[in-house]
Design a protein around this ligand. Structure first.
Ligand code: ADP
Ligand code: MG
Length: 380
């Protein structure tokens, strides 16, 4: 069954009626620019073909109900404040709350969700869920919320209601990405530019490899990285590490006494520059040449930011050994996915090489697929 049919069926099963409409929002991979978002820096995600579908219809009881193919019993709530709804329903209650808090009258609805975005793999199933629900509420309520305001509303739901301190990257990608483009986002000004990302035309492909590694200590480590970045910025007397120019890197690092802070800062400062360099190359249609930037980004995450694990390092190395032009972990780290820029006809061979390397290390098997840049959140 397709996820569209699955969402429809879940709706009918839970509520005994047909939905008024269907909305879809994608997961994403970040091509480059990791942990730069909360440093006011640059990111370059593109939307995955994998999406979350929200089947939505009006709620006669004046409340909000949501169920999922993963949790078929509906969670029902009225007007709430952060903390009232917990568990996965908090993502939906958070969207309702964030819209209300922004001054909008949110229509009471019933929702059923289905998704083929892998959960908790760094492909942002949470933002896909939030963006599908947000778009549905805006459309059904006839709310005047311009596209550029939407990511921050979804981010508030996740930060304040769910309590996950994430940056603006995931929601921006799920809401604003376009087919065949990568989204160049300035996380300080929220300015975006749609960057041509023509893989097909150049005989190239992006292979996404889910390491399927169990996530460990993610929240604590993420918080620690944020603190280090803030401490480094403060020590350097800048608002955020984004304000340190690459040309001033050596001088800035000298000013940081602590070796850990120095390496954390070096990752962010060089990573921002790699995003800018990648954008330059893509604007010029020189897609293949971004490979070394991807690989350098991975080395920086592994050695300086220390957010990789053996499974992702192994996948990157195996992909490169199999002839990839570049490869890197994507997402917040400590597991999750790797992306590799490969010649289009090398997908199977590369996936097999990674699977082979995993077998040798007795890791559980990875999952690989070719990702194309899909559209952002939309009504179907
Ligand atoms: P990621 O965004 O990288 O997939 P997160 O931990 O941020 O990982 O979000 C995953 C969480 O989002 C899940 O644990 C669940 O609470 C919620 N979620 C995402 N998609 C769904 C879905 N289709 N049905 C129910 N809950 C979902
Ligand atoms: Mg998430």
């Amino acid at each position: 069954m397709s996820i569209i049919s699955a969402a429809q069926a879940a709706f009918t099963e839970a509520y005994g009626t047909e939905p008024a409409g269907l909305w879809a929002a994608p997961g994403r991979v970040n091509l480059i620019g990791e942990h730069t978002d909360y440093n006011d820096g640059f990111v370059l995600p593109f939307a995955l073909p994998q999406r979350t579908i929200a089947a939505v219809g009006p709620a006669p009881d004046g409340q909000w109900s949501v169920c999922s193919t993963l949790a078929p019993d509906p969670v029902t709530f009225g007007v709430t404040e952060p903390g009232a709804v917990t568990g996965w329903g908090a993502y939906v209650a958070g969207i309702v709350w964030a819209l209300q808090d922004a001054g909008f009258e949110v229509p009471p609805v019933r929702i059923a969700l289905a998704s083929d975005v892998p959960l908790g793999s760094g492909l942002s199933s949470s933002a896909a869920l939030e963006s599908a629900v947000l778009t549905a509420l805006i459309d059904l309520g006839g709310l005047d919320v311009p596209l550029e305001r939407r990511p921050a509303i979804a981010q508030r739901a996740e930060n304040v209601y769910v309590g996950a301190p994430t940056g603006i990257l995931d929601q921006s990608a799920s809401i604003r990405c376009q087919e065949g483009r990568a989204l160049f986002l300035d996380c300080r000004s929220y300015q975006i530019e749609q960057i041509p990302f023509d893989l097909d035309g150049q005989g190239l492909a992006i292979l996404v490899i889910n390491s399927n590694a169990p996530h460990q200590h993610v929240d604590g480590e993420y918080g620690a990285r944020r603190k280090s970045c803030e401490a480094a910025a403060e020590a350097l007397g800048v608002k955020a590490l984004r304000d340190v120019a690459t040309a001033d890197l050596a001088g800035a690092l000298e000013k940081l006494g602590d070796d850990v802070l120095r390496r954390r800062a070096r990752h962010i400062i060089t990573e921002n520059q790699r995003v800018l360099d990648t954008v330059e190359l893509l604007r010029a249609g020189r897609v293949r040449e971004i490979g070394p930037l991807l690989t350098a980004s991975h080395a920086s995450m592994r050695d300086d930011f220390e957010i990789t694990v053996d499974q992702v390092d192994t996948a990157v190395q195996a992909a490169l050994d199999a002839g990839a032009h570049g490869a890197r972990m994507t997402g917040g780290g400590f597991g999750g996915c790797v992306l590799a820029l490969i010649d289009a006809d090398r997908a199977e061979a590369t996936a097999a090489a990674v699977a082979d390397a995993y077998r040798k290390k007795e890791f559980s098997a990875p999952t690989s697929w070719v990702a194309t840049a899909g559209p952002g959140a939309t009504r179907l």
